[in-house]
Structures are given as structure tokens and as C-alpha cells.
Ligand binder design. Structure first.
Ligand code: FES
Length: 92
């Protein structure tokens, strides 16, 4: 996708459209906010992570959909978020 500003090394995008919203997208987004220390639309100070809320990612049947570095993780629950962030920090 087109970015109007530089993004971090890792781009985490949480779908917050209707199917994902009904299955807890807001809670997943808030879990990423806590783990990454950034709000949606922001990049961490070290330039490692950008967090975004996005519209439908086309995976509605597997909500909540999270795109991590353009690879879909689905379905994602808030309790899955720490492991995803740890994986990214380790560089897996
Ligand atoms: S609403 Fe989230 S993938 Fe469609």
C-alpha cells in the first residue's frame, strides 16, 4: 500500500472493519498499543514498529485479521498479541 510517511521496520495493521470489530478488533488493537507502546498511526521512537488500524483486509471469515509485514495472521485474539510482538522483536 501507499504510505504518505515513513513506516517502521515492522508494519502491524489491524483490521477494524465490521466483521473484525464484532469479534474484538478493538481489543486486539489495544493489545498491540500496550505491547508496542504506540498508538494507531504512530511509529515507535526506535523506528522498529508502526501500528495502523485498517479497513477490511478481505479475510472477514477469519476475523480478527492482522497484517504483520504484509503477512496475514488470522484469527488473532488479544492474548495472541504478546507472542506476535515477541516474535517480531526476536526477528523470527
Ligand atoms: S472486516 Fe476484517 S477482514 Fe473484513
Amino acid at each position: 500500500m501507499l504510505h504518505l510517511e515513513p513506516v517502521g521496520k515492522h508494519l502491524v495493521e489491524v483490521c477494524t472493519n465490521i466483521s473484525c470489530a464484532l469479534l474484538g478488533a478493538q481489543q486486539v488493537l489495544e493489545a498491540f498499543e500496550r505491547e508496542l507502546g504506540v498508538a494507531p498511526g504512530e511509529t515507535s521512537e526506535d523506528g522498529e514498529f508502526t501500528l495502523r488500524a485498517i479497513e477490511c483486509a478481505g479475510g472477514c471469515g477469519r476475523a480478527v485479521v492482522v497484517s504483520v509485514d504484509e503477512r496475514y495472521r488470522e484469527p488473532v485474539r488479544p492474548e495472541d498479541v504478546p507472542a506476535i510482538v515477541e516474535e517480531l522483536k526476536r526477528g523470527d
